[in-house]
Design a protein around this ligand. Structure first.
Ligand code: FE2
Length: 291
């Protein structure tokens, strides 16, 4: 079976569905599951966005695409329904730029650890600490970041995963990554010591994360192969890293990973066609083939 993993989306849900449809078309495959590693940008309204999200959305209009999906025009609803006839729904974990109260309320309303955030059911939030089976894989989810003084992982969720038997999880999905995985622009080591400990305990075959917005992996922790994904679409301008400027809003190489569960192989998608999934106003129907 095939599972696609998607890096930080920051509201660009139409690029997400377009890229997954293009992946299937170009590779001649069907995905059995799609998993997004957090920072979907899950806000119910623009007013609920945090300040950085609002600032980026002002310069990058497609960061508002989730709002279009929450109240779709008939044309967009048709395109999304068409996409979902061919694609699995996207399961996502919390990043550090989501409306946590809104997401918690959706879980409370439904009494479920997995809940659709949009009326068409394209994007489904998985609560921290959940373990679910997708494409035959036992998958555990732990979102948010460990940043003292700003945000922490959900302690109850982390404790529940630390109580699970080592080897009982095939794939661990987190937003933050294990401590020591990379350095920031000041040269300081980045990552979460708590997640490093969790990987050491759970010993999943595969760990996939996001947050740092660049491809990083594989790194090996015992029997675990760990991969961090690039941001799905880099912003139009980047003061610190001008080489990442992306005025055409193209999907980035290394922002999507593909796992073949039969062979256990994970690959970063670097194909040229990723750049065709682009624009401020992406027409999803362009990527949905009539079946
Ligand atoms: Fe992010």
């Amino acid at each position: 079976m095939k599972i696609a993993f998607i890096g930080d989306v920051h509201g660009r849900v139409l690029h997400t569905l377009g890229a997954l449809a293009a992946l299937q078309n170009h590779r001649g495959i069907r995905l059995d599951a799609a998993i997004q590693v957090g920072d979907l940008g899950a806000y119910p309204t623009p007013e609920r966005m945090d300040a950085p999200s609002r600032r980026f959305a002002a310069e990058n209009p497609s960061e508002n695409d989730l709002f279009r999906l929450l109240d779709p025009s008939p044309r967009l609803a048709d395109a999304v329904r068409g996409a979902l006839e061919q694609l699995p729904p996207v399961h996502f974990v919390s990043g550090n730029h989501e409306d946590f109260d809104w997401l918690a309320g959706l879980h409370e309303e439904t009494g479920s650890g997995v809940v659709a955030v949009d009326p068409l059911g394209a994007f489904r939030h998985v609560a921290c600490g959940q373990q679910i089976v997708l494409a035959g894989q036992r998958i555990a989810f732990l979102g948010k970041i460990e940043e003292p003084g700003h945000m922490d992982l959900d302690e109850d969720a982390r404790a529940s995963l630390l109580a699970a038997e080592p080897g009982s999880v095939d794939i661990l999905i987190t937003h933050d990554g294990p401590f020591g995985m990379c350095r920031n622009w000041r040269g300081e080591l980045e990552g979460s010591p708590k997640l490093a400990g969790l990987i050491e305990h759970l010993r999943p075959r595969l760990h996939v994360s996001g947050h740092y917005h660049h491809e990083n992996g594989p790194r090996h922790y015992g029997r675990t192969d760990s991969y961090a994904l690039a941001e799905l679409v880099y912003p139009k301008t980047n003061r610190r890293r001008p080489e990442r400027a992306n005025p055409e809003q193209r999907v980035a190489e290394g922002s999507i990973g593909l796992l073949d569960t039969d062979t256990g192989t994970f690959e970063y998608v670097h194909d040229d066609w990723l750049a065709d999934v682009c624009g401020d106003d992406l027409d999803l129907s362009r990527f949905v083939t009539s079946s």
